[in-house]
Design a binder for this molecule. Structure first.
Ligand SMILES: [Zn+2]
Length: 291
């Protein structure tokens, strides 16, 4: 295999990471020796990766209310969709418009935008999540390959919330996103950041490596590089403060077998303090991107 960003054939091994949620298999993370991009070496193909999402604990695709941890997750998610709506309004300078949520999961964000008057389209590869999103929003949710069928320059805002790290067809997808986005449109991408304090602290136990579902492990520099390749530019980088705590809690579980609340909160706090001083090192970040 070669670098998914620049196609360079050489890379150096950084970490060996276990799939804690589904398979228990291990995967190597490597850095491209040309562009520095970090990626999961030899992940399952697009055809075979579906089974790696089949887990009760893969909660981003369900709306389970079981357990303390899930309750916190659901509460934060409700607040998160509201702040995402405000963020879209602010950076697009629009009250309404046409929005495509690529990788919409169970549709909570789509519903929030639809309720606020936006014309929404959702795309999602997981059939279970797709039907939940359809039930919630009352809109037809499309499979991701339907991106090719959308009209050019027809969408005001494309959002990819923790999605790009899962997309096999990285370059094709971004070039299609550029095609469907209006000239003054907005692309919003949220991804984990392997340069964060929590990533360094937990290393191979860092939950946001999430192999093999996460094919790529981004940093602000690799996002900027990748976007430039597709005619985009990053205009703002914003922190996602909750993610440092959420990811640290999961990482504690992977590292020790227990949800150690105190060390997780401490690591999350240190991570966020560092990100407060340097906006390039938050646990997860939102990139505001224009053509
Ligand atoms: Zn590369």
């Amino acid at each position: 295999m070669s670098c998914p960003v620049c196609d360079h054939p050489h890379f150096s091994k950084q970490l060996t990471v276990k799939d804690y949620t589904v398979s228990g298999e291990t995967f190597d993370l490597v850095d491209c020796t040309a562009c520095g991009f970090r990626f999961t070496q030899n992940p399952p193909s697009q055809e075979k990766i579906g089974s790696y999402y089949q887990s009760e604990s893969y909660i981003s695709h369900t709306d389970s209310n079981k357990g303390f941890f899930n309750n916190i997750y659901q509460l934060i998610r409700r607040q998160a969709v509201q702040s995402k709506r405000k963020l879209i309004g602010h950076f697009s300078q629009r009250k309404t418009g046409e929005l495509l949520d690529y990788g919409c999961g169970t549709g909570a964000f789509l519903m929030e935008m639809k309720s606020a008057g936006w014309l929404v389209k959702g795309m999602e590869p997981d059939p279970g999540a797709r039907s939940r999103a359809e039930a919630l929003t009352g809109s037809k949710i499309l499979e991701p390959d339907m991106l090719h069928a959308l009209d050019s320059e027809s969408v005001d805002v494309v959002t990819m919330w923790h999605v790009l790290e899962h997309v096999h067809e990285l370059h094709q997808t971004l070039s299609q996103v550029n095609r469907v986005l209006k000239e003054n449109g907005l692309l919003v991408v949220a991804v984990p950041n392997h340069l964060s304090h929590d990533a360094m602290h937990y290393a191979e136990h860092w939950a946001a490596y999430d192999v093999p579902r996460h094919l790529y492990h981004f940093s602000p520099a690799s996002i900027a590089h990748l976007m430039k390749m597709h005619g985009f530019q990053v205009s703002e980088v914003l922190p996602m403060w909750y993610d440092a705590f959420y990811v640290s809690l999961l990482s504690e579980k992977y590292k020790t077998g227990n949800m150690n609340l105190f060390p997780a909160i401490l690591t999350g706090l240190v991570s966020n303090l560092k990100a407060f001083l340097n906006k390039g090192v938050c646990s997860s970040q939102i990139y505001i991107i224009t053509k």
